[in-house]
Design a protein around this ligand. Structure first.
Ligand code: MN
Length: 204
């Protein structure tokens, strides 16, 4: 086994009422596991790639052999994105970020409320399956970016700080077609401590 499913770090039901236990269990144990299994299968005969950090592989997909490039993009992206996603949620989450990330958001967007507003607009507009991110560009400026499918900021030269999965599998059991309700609920379980760490780690 190359990649293994990381444990959630909290119970499936710990994010209720914002995200229900059944959604968390299926999302983590089945969807995330499937990305990992498919990525491992693609890398089975590629020892060079097996020894490379996934973030590096996704940052330079052009170096991946063409016959497995799309699988690595989709399932490597799915593996990386979900590895990150669970850590960015917490039963003790929510509220507003403090410290350097909080200041950076205020500086970039004017206020936390304006950042939320812009992020929500982007998340509601995603057509089909994708992610919305708060990401850092090469000058360490914060940007809200949308990626389709399991693409992520690494693939466009950015570094992810915060990400929201807006695939239907992330919310459909509880919210059906009401994606805005899922987005509003998600703000209550954001692990800002982890987001602050991501910001510090990726800031240049
Ligand atoms: Mn997902």
């Amino acid at each position: 086994m190359l990649y293994t499913l990381p444990p959630l770090g909290y119970e499936f039901g710990a994010l209720e009422p914002y995200i229900d236990a059944q959604t968390m269990e299926i999302h983590h144990d089945r969807h995330h596991q499937a990305y990992i299994d498919n990525l491992n299968a693609a890398l089975a005969n590629h020892l060079g790639l097996q020894n490379k950090p996934l973030s590096e592989i996704l940052s330079s997909l052009e170096l991946v052999p063409e016959d497995i490039r799309l699988v690595v993009r989709n399932h490597g992206g799915g593996t990386y994105n979900h590895n990150l996603f669970w850590t960015m949620l917490s039963p003790q989450g929510g509220g507003e970020p403090r410290g350097p990330i909080g200041q950076a958001i205020k500086q970039r967007f004017g206020s936390f409320a304006e950042f939320q507003h812009q992020f929500n607009l982007s998340a509601k507009k995603v057509f089909g399956s994708g992610w919305v991110w708060l990401a850092l560009d090469q000058f360490s400026n914060l940007q809200i970016v949308v990626t389709a499918n399991q693409d992520n900021p690494l693939m466009i030269g950015l570094r992810p700080v915060l990400g929201l999965d807006v695939w239907e599998h992330a919310y459909y059991l509880q919210y059906q077609n009401r994606r805005p309700d899922y987005i509003n609920a998600w703000w209550h379980v954001i692990n800002w401590e982890q987001v602050a760490e991501n910001y510090e780690r990726f800031k240049v």
